[in-house]
Design a protein around this ligand. Sequence first.
Ligand code: C5P
Length: 226
Amino acid sequence: MNKIGSQVTIAMDGPAGSGKSTVARRIAEKLGLLYLDSGAMYRAITLLAIHRGLAADSPELINQVKTCHIEFTDNGKKILLNDKDVTVEIRTPPVNRLVADVAKIPEIRSQIVKHQQRIGAEGSIVAEGRDLTTIVFPDADFKFYLDASVRERAKRRLAELRKQNVDTTLESVEAEIQERDEKDITRAHSPLRTAEDAIIVDTTNKTIDEVVDFIIAQVGKQEIGL
Ligand code: C5P
């Protein structure tokens, strides 16, 4: 049993670097909920396309998505693609550059969304991505939209990349983020947008702990026992 009580779905959306992965993971740990990193699934499919030399919009890739096996272990910390741990490889620059092109293909999205909804049906969950509050879990109990300035988001991504010894500049990370934002916001299917009933959280000048505490307080306001 999680710390909230009955089955609950907390959904979060926002652009790259808004802090939602770190925040969602911490909330899942604190409340004893399952963590679902939906972006990791699109990243895994992108890696599959790169490994097999398939174009993002090729029918072969759509077929591969139908038969491939994506699994999370360690409460969402690790992702396995066809039983291989791809947790680190899905965060590399080649995947960053291609993922938005893969994620805009409707047939790929529909497969991934079904998979996410199956995971959500199994129990209480904190799920984050671009369309979790709008398409995947439109009836989520709690919805949040996390945002931050492009510069701040680029700084956060740069720090992550430096930890992985990736040699890059703030300008190039910022350009990559802006390009991905543009693709995610303007695509025809399930674009990134703020759900009408989502609480907007600007994380620009907030620490991770402040955002986590704010969200848990919002959840607690409506739940007895927190
Ligand atoms: O969240 P993350 O930055 O890892 O997501 C990588 C990419 O996957 C996004 O830029 C977006 O193109 C795609 N994505 C999506 N829908 C989601 C989650 C991620 O289209 N729910």
